[in-house]
Ligand binder design. Structure first.
Ligand SMILES: NC(=O)c1ccc[n+]([C@@H]2O[C@H](COP(=O)([O-])OP(=O)(O)OC[C@H]3O[C@@H](n4cnc5c(N)ncnc54)[C@H](O)[C@@H]3O)[C@@H](O)[C@H]2O)c1
Length: 305
């Protein structure tokens, strides 16, 4: 009688590995009352019903507690008003809540303000603030992952006719104070990982669009102008090109980085959805049933997106 030899069953690689979850964990979200931070909080609460979120926000002009009003009475949610540039306050929050995960959206973000109003606040929040968070994560020693949310503006800009794309290896070439301060924060993250093994991940995303954005930024600014019956001012010839990412896609990418990212790594986040400002203006005009002639050129060379 022929003997049959049973082939050993292949073990599923997933069977014994733990799929990371935020349920049962405490996450410190800095800058969670702003545009991307508040969308991220909505996304995380929807996906992980048992997560605890501490939203630490200074409530600058762009922070708005209305953005997170759905959670005000939610036992899983705590709001703490505070400045990441205030080391004592940051230390106290880490001591009190002992977060397992940290993500930092807190930043001065408006390019035009960094040019026309001044850069000091940008240096305080985007560099000193990041330093304080890195120190707190290092001292705590219990944070599993810290994501520093940064921007592709640190790479500068590509020529209009260029086919190139930014990669994680592209050299930093910030062109405006906002981008220079974000690059400074990113460099501190790199140094803290290399020197002390701080589990920090840096992400560089392109321009976001979606709900809850402060109307100084291009798309809500144009939409409000249309609602007020005004023209859409285009800076220069409107040929400035950026990639546009939907804010919840960015939030999902950040969740992946937080749970599955490699400590010390840098991840670029984009959507391959490049458009110049004129195309964006034309789409909004079309949506409101207006002709292309309702845009006007302006003699400035740059406006923040
Ligand atoms: N908006 C974009 O298109 C975009 C694209 C790529 C990266 N980013 C990055 O994403 C992050 C969030 O951007 P956003 O568009 O949501 O910004 P935002 O201006 O809408 O929100 C920033 C939030 O940070 C808070 N904040 C500012 N300074 C603070 C401080 N010192 N301490 C504590 N809280 C403070 C504000 O009150 C606000 O709630 C930023 O780091 C930005 O560089 C933004």
């Amino acid at each position: 009688m022929a003997t049959t030899i049973k082939k050993p069953r292949k073990k599923s690689p997933l069977k014994h590995s733990v799929i990371p979850t935020l349920n049962g964990k405490t996450m410190l979200v800095c800058g969670g009352a702003g545009f991307i931070g508040s969308n991220f909080i909505h996304h995380i609460f929807e996906k992980y019903p048992k997560v605890r979120i501490i939203n630490f926000d200074k409530l600058t002009y762009s922070g708005n507690t209305d953005n997170v009003r759905d959670f005000v009475k939610d036992a899983r949610y705590t709001f703490v008003k505070g400045d990441i540039a205030d080391q004592k306050k940051v230390t106290a929050v880490f001591k009190k809540y002992q977060p397992d995960y940290v993500i930092n959206f807190a930043a001065e973000t408006h390019v035009d303000r960094s040019i026309h109003v001044g850069s000091l606040e940008f240096i305080n929040t985007n560099i000193v603030g990041v330093f304080n968070l890195l120190e707190a994560v290092k001292v705590a020693g219990t944070v599993q992952s810290f994501v520093q949310v940064s921007t592709d503006e640190v790479y500068g800009s590509l020529a209009l006719d260029s086919e190139d794309k930014f990669s994680e290896q592209t050299a930093f070439a910030p062109n405006v104070p906002y981008a220079a301060t974000k690059a400074g924060g990113d460099m501190l993250c790199r140094a803290y990982h290399n020197t002390w093994g701080v589990p920090v991940i840096v992400t560089h995303c392109s321009n976001n669009y979606g709900p809850r954005q402060y109307p100084e930024k291009l798309i809500p600014f144009f939409v409000l102008r249309m609602l007020e019956g005004k023209t859409l001012p285009l800076y220069g010839d409107g040929n400035h090109v950026r990639d546009w990412v939907y804010v919840l896609d960015h939030s999902r990418a950040l969740e992946l980085c937080l749970l599955n990212g490699k400590p010390g790594a840098v991840y670029n986040i984009g959507a391959d959805n490049e458009m110049n400002n004129r195309e964006i203006a034309d789409r909004i005009l079309k949506y409101f049933g207006k002709g292309k002639g309702t845009t006007v050129g302006m003699p400035l060379t740059r406006r923040s997106l």
